[in-house]
Design a protein around this ligand. Structure first.
Ligand code: AMP
Length: 217
């Protein structure tokens, strides 16, 4: 089973992807995490993409597809894509990759959240600098009194691209380049829109129910 999670930055894709991947034993592929890890490790890929991330712009399709296909080359389990595809060209590249292997995107799960809500969420999002665990200062703050990560004790940071000026660029990039994917995937019979504004556990339960139905179909 191959699943694509779609939605605005801040719609909860990262949080939900971790839960779904674990529950259904899927390989979680977050292109954002791949790029952030490469930047932190100062690899050639990291140096190439750092300017795009800090400006809130998309990394070019050619490079994204190259990275994702290299990652898929040796994978045999089901996949959960988070933050990919982000353009129609990437979606076509993924479809071509799958159809050459008698596979397909089996479900597209769209987390539908208002723009105002995502702006508020991104401003309150804190990410662990070490393990990547995601918190929200209002709805899911760390239990640790000093504001450190509950999982690994490392400091939590506001991502550079969650700062207000970059957030507004990311939202307009989303509307121009990623939103057309809703039309691309809708109508395939495997597109599911879920209200992403509810509590994370409720959203997770709804997503799990959809996937379970798809697995049984
Ligand atoms: P994310 O963590 O998914 O919000 O991604 C953070 C940043 O990484 C984005 O704002 C882009 O600069 C870059 N990025 C992540 N995934 C993609 C993708 N599929 N295509 C282009 N750029 C991406």
């Amino acid at each position: 089973m191959n699943i694509v999670l779609l939605g605005y930055p801040g719609s909860g894709k990262g949080t939900q992807a971790k839960a779904i991947a674990e529950k259904f034993s899927l390989l979680h592929i977050s292109t954002g995490d791949i790029f952030r890890e490469a930047i932190a490790a100062k690899t050639p890929l990291g140096l190439e993409v750092t300017g795009y991330l800090s400006a809130g712009r998309l990394v070019p399709d050619r490079l994204v597809l190259e990275i994702v296909k290299a990652k898929l080359a040796s994978v045999t389990k089901g996949l959960l894509f988070d933050g990919f595809p982000r353009t129609v060209e990437q979606a076509q590249g993924l479809d071509d990759h799958f159809s050459a292997r008698d596979q397909a995107v089996d479900a597209v799960l769209f987390l539908d959240v208002d723009e105002q809500e995502v702006v508020q969420r991104l401003g309150n999002r804190r990410t662990c600098t070490k393990c990547g665990r995601i918190y929200n200062l209002i709805s899911s703050p760390p239990l640790n009194k000093d504001g450190l990560c509950d999982g690994c004790g490392s400091p939590l940071l506001l991502r550079d691209d969650d700062k207000p000026e970059v957030v507004s660029r990311r939202l307009s990039v989303y509307k121009d380049q990623t939103e057309p994917l809703v039309a691309y995937y809708r109508g395939n019979g495997n597109f599911y829109s879920v209200k992403g504004g509810s509590a994370p556990a409720e959203v997770a339960a709804e997503l799990a129910a959809i996937i379970t139905r798809r697995v049984k179909a």
